[in-house]
Structure formats: C-alpha cells, structure tokens
Design a protein around this ligand. Structure first.
Ligand SMILES: *[C@@H]1O[C@H](CO)[C@@H](O)[C@H](O)[C@H]1NC(C)=O
Ligand SMILES: *[C@@H]1O[C@H](CO)[C@@H](O)[C@H](O)[C@H]1NC(C)=O
Length: 848
C-alpha cells in the first residue's frame, strides 16, 4: 500500500521510521496473495497498523515461529498475540516461507521439503483464489479473494495464550473443537505449557484455569446473564470491556467481549506462570499496565513448581527443589520454567532391595502449607513402616485427626512459608540413604573443613587490611561482637538500592527484585551511632509513633534514616529478625526500603533509605509549600500510594495491612515520587504492641475507619478508608480534622455535601489553580468517597481502586454517605470513649 510520494519530507519520515525498525521489511500490505510467499524478515501489517505478522525468534532461541504482534515502532517488547507453529518450529531462516498452496490452504514450508511445518489444513479443496489477510483487530483470516465474506479459517479460532477483544472462547459442539488459551512453556518457548484457560468441562457456563489439562485451580463462577458477569469473578469484565456475550445453543457454546471505542490496546493473556491477566497499553508509561490477575496470588497456581518442587516464599524465585532433588532442566532456573519439576539426586534403595549395601531409605520431615492431592488413606499402626514397605510410596503424613496418609509417585503443589514451622503440617519425604548428611563420606567433611579454614584465613587478612586502610577508626567498645554485624559506615548501599528507582522495575508494578542472599544486614550499634553522630539532635528527623528517627551518613556519603524503636516491644530478638527480614523483602517503588537493622544494647533500630523531600504533610498543609504540589504531582502521588498499597494488600505474600496510613507516613523522593513508610510495623514490633503510643493514636483519628476505631477490627478495607481520606486531603489541600471534633470542619462531610449538591469543584485546592482536566479530579473525588463509605464491604479493594484510576473512561459506582458524617447520633468518639470501648484491640490503646 506504499505508493510513490512526491513529498520529500514524507519520505524522510518514512526513513526515520524504518531506521527504528531495521530488522524487518514490511511487505507493505495486509494481504498475502497466491504466488507471493512471505519469508523471514518480511511482515504483513494490518490496515490500521495495529498488528503485524511475520516470522520471529523468541528471546535468544534459534527456533523460528510465525506469529502476530502489536506493531510498535519504538521498540518495546513485541508481545506476541498469536503463534501458528508453536509445537513445530522452523530452523532455517533463509528458506522459511509462508504461502498459499495450490489448493488454497496456508502452508509454512522450509527448504525444498513439500511437507508443511504448519498448515491451515482444510480438507475440502478450497478455490484456488484464496487470500490471507491480517485484520486490524489482530485476526488473521483466510478468505475467498473474490467473495471476501466467505471465510475459510481464522486465527481467532486457534488462540495461543492471548485472548483479544472479538475472539470467541468456547466449544463447537458439532466438531468438538475447543478454543482455549494455553500458556507458553516459558518466555522463550511458545510450545504449549502446563496451564490452560477454557470452558468448564461439565458444560456449565463458566471458565476454569487448569493445570496439565486436568487439575482445576481457579474458576470464574457461572455466567449471570442478568448482571452480565461471572459469579466468582465479578470484577473480570469491568474496565474497558463492553458487551460481554455468552452464547449457548445446540451447536456451540462460547463467550466473547468487545472493548469500548476509546480503549487503549488491550488483551487477556495466560502467562507461563499460570496467571490469567488483563493488560492495557499505557501511553503514559509506554508499557503494558496490569490491572487484573487471577489467581490473585501466584501460590494459588496449582503445580507451579512441578513434581517434587516446593513453592517457597521467595519473590525473585518462587520455586525450589525439595531436599535430595535437583532441577530437571536448565530452563527451570534460567527461565523460571518449572514444568519439568525436580528429579532425585540419588536413586532410592528400595528399587533394588530395602537394605541394599546395608543402606536404607529414610524419611525427612518437611513443614508444608497444605497436603498434596491424591493422598491415600492407610489404616496402619505405623505410618512410616507402611510407607517404607511400599516401594512406590514417596511420602507419608498424619492428617489432623492423626490418621495415616501416603502418597505414591510424584508429589505436586507443595508449598512452604519461609519461616517453615508456622504451617503446622508436616510431610515425611522418602529419600535415599546417600542424602543423609551424617552418613555422608567422611572425606567430604574434611574437604569442606579445609576450604572453610582457608576461606576464613583469607577473609581475616582482607578484613585486617581494610581496617588498617581506614582513615577514621571506630572505637569498638564491645568486645566479642558477632562478626556477622556489618559496619554501617563501610556498607555500600548503592548495590542494594540499584534497580529500585531506575525504572527497570516498573513493568507491571508488582515486580520485586529480591536481594540475592535473602538476609537483611544487621549493623553494629557503634557504627550506627557513629553514622548519626551519636544520635545527635541535629540529626533528628522527627518523632514517629514508634520512636525517634535520625539521619545518618556512611563514609561514602550515602544517606540513611535510622528509626529507633521504643524499648517496650516484647518481641524476642529472633522473631524481630525474622519479621524485619520478611518486611525487607517487600520491595516496590512506592514503598520505602528497609535496608537493615540493629539489635544491640537493648536497642532495636531499623535502617531505611533516606528520603530527602520529607513527608507529604510537610507540603500538603503548609500555605507556602503546598504550591510545590501542582495537580500533576498530586495525581502522581495518589497513583503511587494506590500502587504501593495494592502491593502490600495483594501481591506480597505477607498481606500487610498498614493500619496507620496518613500524610506523614508518605515520604517523597527527589522526584516527588511517593513512598509509603512504616508498613509492617505491626509485625516488626510485635502484633500486640502496635498502638502503644496514645498520642499517636489521637493524631491519626482522622484516618481511622469506624470499625477500627470502634471495635478494633481492621482489615484491608480499613486501609482503603485511610487511603480515601488521604486522597480527599491531597485533592482539597485540607486536613480531615477528625470526626471526634464535631464543631470544626470535617472533610468527609464537606466532601460529601459538595458531592451531593454537584459542587465538588469547590473542594479543590484553591491556591494552585484549576487543573487542565477537571473531570479527572472529579473522578478522584468520586473514588475517594467510595473508599470512605461506612460499611467496609461497600468500599472497593485497592485492586479496584487502581483499576478505577487507570481506566479514565469506565463508569464509577455512586458512593453512599461516608462514615462520620451523620452528626451527633452517628458514631461519635472522644478520647475517653475510645479507651472504654471493648477490650480487644482498644485495651492496647490505653495510655501507659
Ligand atoms: C500431565 O498429563 C499427562 C496425560 O494426562 C500425563 O501423562 C503427564 O504425566 C502429566 N504430567 C505431569 C507432570 O503430571
Ligand atoms: C530466593 O531466591 C534466590 C535466587 O534463586 C536465592 O539466591 C535466595 O537464596 C532465595 N532466598 C531464600 C530466602 O530462599
């Protein structure tokens, strides 16, 4: 369709565009006609330039596939929405081609071979006048070139892992053909993976996620035609989706949807970790935004880690092999493709004879979260003996009533928390005698010892030389200090912080870059003291609810913040370390990073990254400084807080409820990116000790949800409430003075009354002028009011909040009257009533 142009500048632009896109040459048409084969390096582009079709090599793979991807000049990741020959790749780039055969079928050939690698494979000879066209919705269609409405074949009927708007997912009852999504094996191999998304097998109107085409692990719930939604996934069809249709008749049963006209590029995809996700293209971040994912937690994906794999609380790498097992293939670690599971390092003795060579299998006790399926109940006096005597038995356990269960063959879907024991259930895993450490060869122990001694000696020499080369020498008051304590002054935080703020982490807002060694550094008291100039008042940044915060500096000039915890926490040191290590693993660009801790001399301290721009309240409520926060910055801050909170609620395995979200806990970095601080404090200081400082409680009344203030009940919805207050404060620049003081202005009531009277614009921060788009601001107010509704069940989850924020055009629900706005006969608390209400959580709010 490229025509000769007489405008030289147009030609120049074209050259520019092509230079971005050197790798392939567009055939300059959306149609493949007879006698015009498509070779590697050439592509077909849909009429509106949305999609492109051609041969490609995934990642570093040398295999060649034919696929469709989004046309995207600026070189983002080319997400493949369809792959033709996913099971049968080509290998010779020079002779690969796609063409129309003489009988009208589409065929993919390599070299001089006449046997196609892939073909549309339609039986009845078509006409010889077919053509294949790539439509602008991503559908690749084989049709009659003289009668374009006669379609013989379409790629929408053969989906891979992506479900585009307009495609049908379901079953043809006549031919039995099933349209389902099947995940890629891994990011570099489009071959069918373990996970699929399809219509339920029992013929009911619902979709399920399955592992290995057999084990279901999630369901949409049945279709409710009146409400046009799926019963267990009511939020699945919100956002951009419009016109969802479920058709069931005697010929077929399928579901399809469209997206709204103004929507961005959009897709459902079943990723290679078994998560069904909805993604939309964001022009703002020039990347795909994830706004819906099922199951919500990756550990609900069945069999994620394969046979004898253990799903472990580790964000960077969720799978490990059980002790005595090793990964089946190299892909498992490099590409996170655990479908092969794990294999034994040493064969079991029982394969020969139970006592071969005098050695005997043994059982290792492993804590797990839940038992694998397919157990067999055994009535045996001694479960271990029962399992040992059956060579196919790989594990045994006692269920909660003390009965014996055994498992034969592979073990699947094992899960463990990193702190192991809390799971409460154990399984006894059969292992070969060779895996029994104590009986291992003695010479191995000696070799290990020798290596350790040498390493220690080298380490000592290095350590001494570092000490001597130091210009300032630290006084070491405490002899016999454990060597595992780091010197804060010498520590290099730059390697720790790398990757957090550099934008590489933003892909789907839930990526976390786990610290490789998984350990949180523990710093010596002396070094922390030296870094903060003996905790001098000059260095004091403020007084938080849990104790004072100091600024510190390492020798390299890296700044840190030291939070000194009050001494009253009753938590043991080991527990404290475990909790801080868990919290430190929560890494998100909208969370302040915990870098280390210090436990010594009765003191517990947390070392955080330092935020130069202080906290949000410093700007928000100051007559002069509030001008720094223009509308764009404010919206950016709200979005960031929402993302950080969503991560705490949904994507971190710990499911952190913040409980004290307020402007002073929102810190700002140099670019005014918001970072939530003080999250996980309930865990760090010990659950019952969260609210020890009465002053702090009074100070945060304005942000507490009614159920928390009244009954001490908190849930993720209490955080949503605080978020709503925060949002309204950011938009209005006014403080919610708190509901206990009825005389002064209550922001929630003010916001509600303006909303009710359609006057919400009056609420906006007056000093910084009107925003370019008032409708966006009104939308935020609407979201804020939804969050502060009285009943927790009415409030949206952070997941819905984020999707409401991201999808500017989707309609919003109408909020009900917020909490604390009904006047005197509504819930009214004074400080004294708080102290007298109940005795559960409230008791710990009492002054000491
Ligand atoms: C998946 O299912 C197939 C056929 O049902 C079976 O042969 C195979 O062993 C299963 N894979 C795993 C890892 O269990
Ligand atoms: C998490 O995974 C990484 C990478 O495989 C590993 O090095 C680290 O030890 C793991 N952390 C824990 C706590 O197991």
């Amino acid at each position: 369709m490229v025509t000769h142009t007489s405008k030289p500048w147009l030609f120049f632009v074209l050259l520019l565009v092509l230079s971005y896109y050197r790798a392939s040459f567009a055939i300059a048409a959306d149609t493949l006609s007879a006698g015009q084969p498509l070779s590697m390096g050439e592509t077909i582009i849909s009429e509106g330039s949305n999609f492109e079709l051609g041969f490609f090599r995934p990642g570093s793979s040398s295999e060649i596939y034919l696929g469709i991807w989004y046309r995207n000049y600026l070189g983002g990741v080319q997400e493949k929405v369809w792959v033709a020959n996913r099971e049968n790749p080509l290998s010779d780039a020079s002779s690969s081609k796609l063409e129309l055969s003489e009988d009208g079928n589409l065929v993919m050939l390599e070299g001089s071979s006449k046997i196609p690698f892939w073909s549309t494979n339609l039986k009845n000879p078509l006409s010889n006048s077919t053509e294949a066209v790539l439509l602008d919705d991503g559908n690749f269609v084989l049709r009659d070139s003289s009668n374009k409405n006669t379609i013989f074949w379409e790629s929408f009927d053969h989906p891979t892992d992506t479900w585009l708007p307009g495609a049908k997912l379901g079953i043809d009852k006549i031919t039995g053909k099933l349209n389902q999504l099947i995940s890629w094996k891994n990011s570099e191999d489009p071959a069918p993976g373990m996970f699929s998304f399809r219509l339920a097998r029992d013929g009911s109107e619902q979709f399920i996620l399955e592992w290995n085409r057999s084990q279901m692990y999630a369901s949409s719930g049945v279709w409710d035609d009146k409400n046009k939604s799926f019963s267990l996934a009511p939020d699945m069809l919100l956002n951009y989706i419009t016109n969802p249709i479920f058709v069931t008749n005697e010929y077929e049963s399928y579901f399809t949807y469209s997206i709204k006209n103004s929507s961005p590029k959009y897709r459902f995809v079943l990723n290679s970790s078994g998560l069904l996700q909805q993604l939309a293209w964001s022009e703002k971040s020039w990347d795909w935004t994830l706004f819906w994912s099922r199951p919500v937690n990756i550990y609900d994906v069945y069999g994620l880690c394969g046979a004898f794999g253990l799903n472990y609380e580790n964000f960077s790498n969720p799978c490990v092999c059980l002790k005595g097992f090793k990964p089946f293939s190299i892909e498992e670690t490099s590409l996170s493709d655990w479908s092969g599971g794990c294999v034994r390092k040493s064969p079991l003795q029982c394969m020969n004879n139970t006592y071969a060579n005098g050695k005997k299998d043994w059982f290792k006790k492993i804590p797990i979260l839940r038992f694998p399926v397919n157990s067999k109940a055994v009535s045996a006096m001694n479960c271990e003996v029962a399992c040992m005597n059956d060579c196919s038995c790989t594990a045994y356990a006692y269920n909660s009533s003390g009965y014996c269960m055994i498992w034969k063959g592979v073990l699947l879907n094992l899960q463990q928390l990193s702190d192991g024991g809390k799971a409460g259930q154990h399984i006894y895993l059969r292992l070969a005698a060779d895996e029994y450490q104590e009986s291992g060869n003695k010479w191995k122990v000696w070799v290990i010892l020798a290596v350790m001694v040498t390493a220690t000696a080298i380490g000592l020499i290095l350590f001494l030389s570092i000490c001597f080369s130091r210009k300032r020498k630290l006084r070491h008051k405490h002899k016999g200090e454990e060597t595992s304590r780091y010197d804060l002054l010498l520590f290099d935080f730059s390697t720790e912080l790398h990757g957090i703020n550099d934008g590489t982490n933003t892909k789907d807002n839930v990526n976390i870059r786990g610290k490789k060694d998984g350990e949180l550094p523990v710093f010596s008291y002396d070094s922390v003291s030296a870094a903060t100039n003996n905790f001098s008042t000059v260095n004091k940044l403020g007084q938080g609810g849990f104790g004072p915060v100091f600024k510190g500096k390492s020798f390299k000039g890296q700044e840190i913040a030291v939070k000194m915890l009050s001494k009253r926490s009753r938590q043991g040191l080991e527990e404290f370390r475990n909790e801080t290590t868990l919290i430190a693993k929560l890494q998100h660009r909208n969370l302040v990073r915990l870098l280390g801790c210090c436990i010594e001399q009765d003191e517990k301290m947390l070392i955080y990254e330092y935020m130069p721009n202080k906290s949000l309240d410093f700007y928000l409520f100051d007559q002069i400084k509030k001008r720094v926060l223009d509308w764009e910055t404010r919206i950016h801050i709200i979005e960031g807080i929402a993302q950080g909170l969503l991560y705490l609620h949904q994507y971190s395995r710990l499911r952190i409820i913040h409980r004290d979200l307020k402007p002073s806990n929102i810190l700002l970095d140099t670019e005014m990116n918001p970072k939530i601080s003080d999250f996980g404090m309930a865990r760090i200081v010990g659950d019952n000790e969260t609210q020890t400082n009465t002053n702090r409680i009074v100070g945060t009344y304005g942000y507490m949800s009614p159920e928390y203030a009244m009954d001490g009940l908190y849930s993720i919805k209490s955080d949503v409430f605080s978020f709503g207050v925060l949002l309204l404060e950011i938009v209005s620049g006014r403080k919610n003075t708190g509901f206990y003081n009825n005389e002064s202005l209550n922001l929630l009531r003010y916001a509600w009354e303006l909303w009710r009277d359609d006057q919400s614009l009056e609420m906006m921060e007056p000093t910084i002028g009107y925003p370019s788009s008032t409708s966006v601001l009104l939308r935020f107010i609407n979201i804020g009011l939804l969050c502060v509704q009285e009943s927790p069940t009415d409030r949206p989850t952070m997941l819905s909040v984020v999707s409401m924020i991201n999808n500017e055009h989707s309609p919003l629900p109408t909020p009900k009257q917020p909490a604390f706005t009904r006047g005197r006969n509504d819930v009214m608390y004074t400080n004294s009533t708080i102290n007298s209400v109940g005795n559960v959580t409230i008791s710990i709010m009492e002054a000491r």
